[in-house]
Design a protein around this ligand. Structure first.
Ligand code: SF4
Ligand code: SF4
Length: 293
């Protein structure tokens, strides 16, 4: 199937409730593959309680390892390492090594091995709703999170093709950095979750500009909107000026936190709550946008 649509749920920063909203939308969007691209701090799997079908290794950049049996203790590597990654007894700290290769190329004894190592794992799963789900975890201190995001997206698209599913829903990383760009490149629509504060509006502007730079259709959800109705209104007006779809305002509700604690969505524990009702309205609006893509 080459008409698979991809939609990414983003936020200009962490703490907006993005994953709770993404989890609820994933719960309602039945014919979809879900993908958690927040590889530095994946947490959608906690709501989706998946069964892992396949684990795939993610190989990162190269790192130096010194072979003590070949090392003469000449000190050259410590002199050339600009990242102070090599200890006085010639061990490389794998968290500090930036993989520049200087020690490998300049070691007169050929005692430095320089090869790629495991940097994370990608999990291809079935979630608790028996739907396909892909997520990944980057090992602590590892880089290349953008490449791991690409791996997750590729696996999710492969699942969609294999199962003849028309939609991939991505829970994107917070912020506007490299992993967000990797999550957003080439998707059809970006749904930004924000909060009604000055910082929320500022971060929203940055993420909408980024999405529009990548020519994604954009849509906005205000979370905890009733804590500042004036700012919620300002966000709605801002959306109109940017040609962005305003999907709705989810009220603050303690049941959302309770759902997180129970590792599920508010739709599962309080389906008749005001927040659940507005999430269903938002879902229907999103379906309309997806149909128009
Ligand atoms: S440059 Fe090579 S031989 Fe010299 S201390 Fe470093 S690892 Fe050992
Ligand atoms: S590869 Fe570069 S950063 Fe890593 S230990 Fe060698 S000189 Fe230092």
């Amino acid at each position: 199937m080459n008409s698979i649509k991809e939609v990414v749920v983003v936020s200009g920063k962490g703490g907006t409730g993005k994953t709770s909203v993404a989890g609820a939308l994933v719960r309602l969007l039945t014919n979809r593959v879900a993908a958690d691209c927040d590889v530095d701090a994946a947490n959608l799997h906690m709501l989706l309680n998946p069964v892992v079908i396949e684990e795939k290794e993610f190989v990162g950049g190269k790192k130096a390892v010194i072979d003590a049996s070949r090392c003469t203790g000449c000190g050259t590597c410590r002199e050339v390492c600009r990242f102070q990654a090599i200890s006085p007894d010639y061990h490389v700290n794998q968290y500090q090594c930036e993989g520049c290769g200087a020690c490998y190329f300049l070691c007169p004894a050929g005692a430095v091995d320089f090869s790629s190592s495991l940097a994370g794992t990608c999990y291809v799963c079935r979630d608790k709703y028996s739907k396909p789900f892909v997520y990944a975890e980057l090992l602590p201190g590892e880089e290349n999170s953008g490449k791991l995001v690409t791996m997750v997206r590729n696996e999710a698209r492969a699942m969609a093709e294999k199962n003849d599913i028309p939609l991939v829903v991505i829970d994107g990383p917070p912020g506007i950095g490299c992993p967000v760009i990797s999550s957003m490149t080439g998707v059809h629509a970006a749904v930004a979750v924000t909060e009604p504060t000055i910082a929320g509006i500022h971060d929203l502007e940055r993420i909408i500009d980024l999405a529009q730079f990548f020519k994604c259709k954009t849509a906005v959800i205000v979370n905890k909107g009733d804590i500042n109705p004036d700012y919620s209104k300002r966000i709605e007006e801002y959306c109109a000026t940017k040609g962005s779809n305003f999907l709705g305002t989810i009220p603050y509700e303690s049941k959302i936190t309770e759902a997180q604690v129970q590792a599920t969505t508010i739709l599962d524990i309080a389906p008749d709550s005001p927040a659940s009702e507005i999430i269903r309205v938002i879902h229907n609006k999103l379906l309309t946008i997806l149909e128009e893509l």
